[in-house]
Design a protein around this ligand. Structure first.
Ligand code: G3P
Ligand code: CA
Length: 286
């Protein structure tokens, strides 16, 4: 039974440090990556976008306002301009109990800098973000992964909400493991769920054909657990069905111990979390 297998494999549940250990340090920056490594995360998760001069950088929002002292869209700035910004002080203001003087003035990092700094010792779980803004990022991303030999070493996973982006990457290099991210909207009146990107139906309506279509290019799926209003969108049965189709099953973004416990019981194979230390504690105590 898959349940038993999953239980036996619990020590293999992957700890994916969401935007680095972003519960402890400013997301996607060197301190967050360092903390993720210190906390023994299996994967460092990073959102990748394109600058005005076509460089790939680790950054989540389409605008730079929330996490830097700049303003406007990330894609309207060159890498040189972005490097001037302070991508850390916002964290100290937002989370005074976690504040650290060392976070002040930390820089936005290019993907190349990250690969250079951390090399083959680490594992990178990188996302093609907002591809309607960041056009044609797939080819340079794959080329960089190949240049560092990460496709052969197996230390890069590429994830995306955008099916066409993953399909393009699969065409470029079928050795890179891919994860299809999923998001369902919940109708607040009826409670009905609708797939945001029309890749699938609601989880309980997903058929073998839906899974087979995703399996043509991807090795895993990355669903969320909850909608904004707290409605849970996936359940144990969905995890089991996806696992029956041999998908890696990585849920984002899980920060509460109780949710970690429950999802591990359901048989997930990894969790994105801002607190890799917390997930390790949960796993160690089972
Ligand atoms: O990539 C998984 C999860 O990070 C998706 O949400 O918005 O944090 O990129 P987001
Ligand atoms: Ca992400």
């Amino acid at each position: 039974e898959l349940n038993d297998e999953a239980a036996d494999d619990e020590e293999d549940v992957k700890v994916i440090a969401h935007r680095g250990a972003s519960g402890h340090a400013p997301e996607q920056t060197e301190p967050a990556i360092d903390k993720a490594i210190e906390m023994d995360a299996d994967w460092i998760e990073l959102d990748i976008q394109k600058t005005a001069d076509d460089e790939l950088v680790a950054f989540h929002d389409d605008e730079i306002d929330r996490t830097t002292d700049g303003e406007g869209e990330i894609g309207d700035h060159t890498l040189e301009e972005l490097k001037e910004l302070d991508a850390g002080s916002w964290f100290n203001e937002e989370y005074p109990d976690k504040a650290d003087d060392d976070f002040e003035g930390v820089e936005i990092l290019s993907l190349e800098e990250i690969f250079d700094m951390y090399g083959t010792d680490e594992n990178y779980y990188i996302e093609t973000k907002s591809t309607y803004l960041n056009e044609d990022m797939e080819e340079p991303m794959v080329e960089m992964v190949e240049e560092y030999g990460f496709d052969e070493e197996g230390n890069v996973i590429i994830q995306s909400f955008h099916q066409d982006s993953l399909q393009e990457i699969h065409e470029l290099n079928a050795d890179i493991p891919l994860v299809q991210l999923l998001w369902w909207e919940v109708d607040e009146d009826t409670g009905e769920m609708e797939e945001w990107l029309e890749i699938t139906e609601a989880p309980d309506e997903m058929t073998d054909e839906h899974f087979a279509e995703i399996a043509e290019y991807a090795d895993g799926i990355g669903p969320h657990l909850e909608y904004y209003d707290g409605t849970e969108v996936i359940d144990e049965e969905f995890v089991q069905t996806a696992r029956d189709h041999d998908f890696m099953f990585h849920v984002y973004t899980i920060n509460e111990e109780e949710d970690m416990e429950r999802l591990i019981d359901w048989g997930v194979t990894g969790l994105f979390t801002d607190f890799p230390d917390r997930l390790h504690d949960v796993l160690d105590n089972r």
